[in-house]
Design a protein around this ligand. Sequence first.
Ligand code: ADP
Length: 401
Amino acid sequence: MKVFVVNCGSSSIKYQLFDMTDESVLGRGVLERLGTGHARLHHTADGTTREMSVAADDHTAGMKMIVEMLVDPKTGVLSSIDEVEGVGHRVVHGAEEITESRLIDEQLLAVIRRNVELAPLHNPPNLAGIEAASAAMPNAPHVAVFDTAFLTTLPPVAYRYAVPEQWYAKHHVRRYGFHGTSHRYVTLRAAELLGKPVEKVNLITAHLGNGCSMTAIAGGVAVDHSMGMTPLEGLIMGTRSGDVDPAIVLYMISRGLSAEEVDRAMNNSSGLLGVSQCSNDMRDVLAAADKGNPKAALAVEMFAYRVAKYVGAYHAILPAVDAVVLTGGIGENSVPVRRAICRRLVGLGVVGDQQRNDQTVGGKDGPITAAGSAMPVWVVPTNEELMIARDTRQVLAGTDG
Ligand code: ADP
C-alpha cells in the first residue's frame, strides 16, 4: 500500500510518499514560497535531490506539480497517481471534539473550518492542502491526523485555566496543546526501546525544534502539556517567548505598543532570537555563545533552564518516570543543550554520560545518561510523517472492514 503524506503551511507544501509494505520512503520534498512568484521545489527520490523553480501560485497548482514529479516517466516513482491508496493530512486543530485520526468527509471538513478561529494561522492552509490534494488525487481516500488529538486526554485540572468559567464555556479558553503527533510517535517508540508495553510507560517527552513543547505521559496517555490555548505558552522557542507574566502584555500596551505589535513581538521576535539578539536558530546561538557572546550564552542557559523546570513539574505530577525523552532538531542533535539540560537535573538524580551524548546524534536513538542515572534521559528521533502514514493505513483498514 502506498500512502502520500501532506503537511501544508501558508506558503509551503511538505510531502512524503511511503510504501507501507516496509514503511520505506519512495519520495519526499518541500515546495516553498508558494504565491510569491518564486516558488521552489526540492524533491528527493532514489537518493537524488533535485531543486527547481516552479510556476505555482497556490496549493492547488503546487500539488499538481508535485504529482507530475511523482509520475514523471523518466524520474518518477509511480506509473500512475492511482497507485496512491491513501492520503494522510496533518491538521493542526481539532479542538475537543476530535480525539483520533479520521476519514475526511464533509462533516470533518466542517469541524476543521469551525476551528479556524482557534488556529487562524494553521487550519486554513491545512484546508487548502486537503482541497489541493483532493483535486490532484481524486480517487484516493483522504485522512486527517490532528496535532491536538493525542492531547485530548488531558484532565480538566491540567487543561483549564483559572479564569472565569464563562471564558471556557463560551469562548473555549483552555489548554489544547500542539505537536501531539510527535509526542505520540516518541511515546510509542520509547516504550518499544524501554521494553515496556505502552500502557505501562510513564514519560516526560520534550519536542525541541523551532517550536518547543513538553508532555507528561502516564500509562502511555498525555496528562499535561506545556503549550496552551495557542502554541505561545511553555518553553522558550526559536522566536516565541513561552511562559511570561500575562500582565506584561497589558503593560507593554500601556507603554505605547498596539496589541498586534505585542502579539508579533512575542511570537516572532522573542525566544532565542529575542534574548540572544542574534538568531532564532540554536546552531547560530551556540556558535555565538562559543565565541563569547554573553547574550547568546544566556539564551542557551535560559532555554535549558526552562526545560529542566518543566521536567521538575511533570516529575511531581507523574506516579513515576521511566525516562525523559528528547526529540526535535535540538533534542536529536544538540549535544551542548542536552548537556546543559542534564546538568540542571542533578537534583532529580540525573547523571549525564558525555560519550553517549556525543554519539547519539544525526537520527540515532539511545540514552544519554549513565547506566546508574536515577532518571534516564533518552534521545528518540521523531517521525510525524510516518505516524500520519500509519494512521492513514489504520483508518482505511477500518473503513474497508
Ligand atoms: P521544526 O520545529 O521547524 O520542525 P526542527 O525540529 O528541524 O524544526 O528543529 C530546528 C531547530 O533544531 C533549530 O533551532 C536548529 O538550530 C536545531 N538544530 C538542528 N540541528 C542541530 C544541531 N546539529 N545542533 C544544534 N541544533 C540543531
